[in-house]
Design a protein around this ligand. Structure first.
Ligand code: SAM
Length: 344
């Protein structure tokens, strides 16, 4: 089957066996991270993608062209920690160029821990970055150190102060709700976000990574919502069924403006049936699901001179095999990767 079709031939889409179509590409640019959050990347992690196997900015540009030809409409950069790539602005530029060549509005987002972001914000936005999610589980520097095993909170705080003046919209602050202490900290995180015009989102712990087996005993969305309702006046917002977060408008209070918050209930209310994501790892492997243990390699054929059509065929095959839901994989008792390996 030809992929870059002309005439009236319909463009192929990243359709899976369950009828879902992928439109959202999660693109990991590295599996390395400068934090060691015990639930994601333990201190003794020691197996990294060899540097020569990381996709270059030009290769990312090529694979984005292929993805856009298959119906992808937005690209989110993740990792590992994307800011560890010194060439991140060039990567964004290449993706931006691919959108322009395809005649499509660029939708490029970044998920980051914000360490070192302040000094790079201008170059990343100039290259075409449009949206950003900051991962931050606590505002307490001591708890930050206890969770992330690195004393980098001051650098994160500097970036959070600079972000409101940037062109990025929306800015989301994502916090994984790990335990009772996280539940207690919710009001402070929400007020902090609303005062900066950020959207705050709670993320339910997922059964993936080194502490994945403990997911069932961690707070669920209902606990998070109960805590939110104790402190804020919430009105539900109609959401796109493919969106991972349920969202609420928060009414203004005496010490915070109005704003938007969300809860991502990947565990207690999985959104697998409407999932529209496809994933590309930092070494060019397509994973159809975050929990997949199988992949299709695009790096080798790309470096051996495969055409865009041939790469597209491989991507279509990988996506067709997307599992119905992540419970089918996690429930099978097999060890799943950490989010930092595939790209969270
Ligand atoms: N380094 C970037 C960052 O910090 O945003 C991107 C990668 S990081 C793996 C992406 C997100 O995955 C972080 O918010 C992290 O807290 C989250 N994460 C990792 N393991 C998780 C788990 N088991 N359940 C829920 N979220 C998890």
């Amino acid at each position: 089957m030809r992929v870059e079709s002309g005439g009236d031939e319909p463009s192929p889409q990243l359709l899976d066996h369950w009828g879902r179509v992928a439109a959202d590409l999660r693109l990991s640019v590295t599996d390395r991270c400068n934090l060691r959050c015990s639930y994601c990347l333990p201190e003794d992690a020691d197996s990294w993608i060899p540097r020569q196997d990381l996709l270059t900015p030009a290769e990312i540009g090529r694979l984005t062209q292929v993805a856009l030809s298959l119906g992808i409409r937005k690209v989110r950069l993740t990792g590992g920690e994307p800011l560890l790539r010194p060439d991140l602005a060039e990567i964004i530029h290449q993706i931006h160029q691919a959108f322009i060549q395809a005649g499509m509005p660029a939708d490029i987002a970044l998920t980051t821990n914000a360490i070192g972001l302040a000094s790079r914000l201008d170059s990343l936005t100039a290259a075409g970055l449009g949206r950003i999610n900051i991962s931050l589980d606590t505002l307490d520097p001591e708890r930050y150190f206890a969770l992330a095993k690195r004393n980098r909170f001051p650098e994160v705080a500097t970036a959070l102060d600079k972000l409101p003046g940037s062109v990025l919209k929306p800015i989301k602050l994502n916090s994984v709700i790990l335990n009772q202490q996280s539940l207690e900290e919710i009001p402070e995180l929400v007020r902090f976000a609303l005062r900066r015009d950020f959207q705050w989102r709670a993320i339910e712990f997922m059964p993936i990574g080194p502490l994945g087996d403990s997911a069932a005993t961690r707070p669920h969305a209902r606990d998070i919502l109960a805590r939110l309702q104790e402190c804020f006046s919430l009105t539900p917002i109609e959401t796109d069924p493919a969106a991972p977060a349920r969202r609420w408008n928060v009414a203004a209070g005496s010490d915070h403006p109005a704003g938007i918050i969300g809860v991502i209930a990947s565990e207690s209310a999985p959104f697998c049936s409407t999932c529209d994501r496809t994933r590309l790892s930092a070494d060019g492997k397509v994973y159809s699901c975050l929990f997949s243990l199988s992949f299709v390699d695009l790096l080798t054929p790309l470096r051996q001179g495969a055409s865009n059509d041939e790469l597209a065929q491989l991507w279509l095959t990988a996506q067709a095999a997307k599992p119905a839901g992540h419970r089918e994989i996690a429930g099978a008792g097999r060890r799943t990767y950490s989010l930092s390996q595939i790209g969270g």
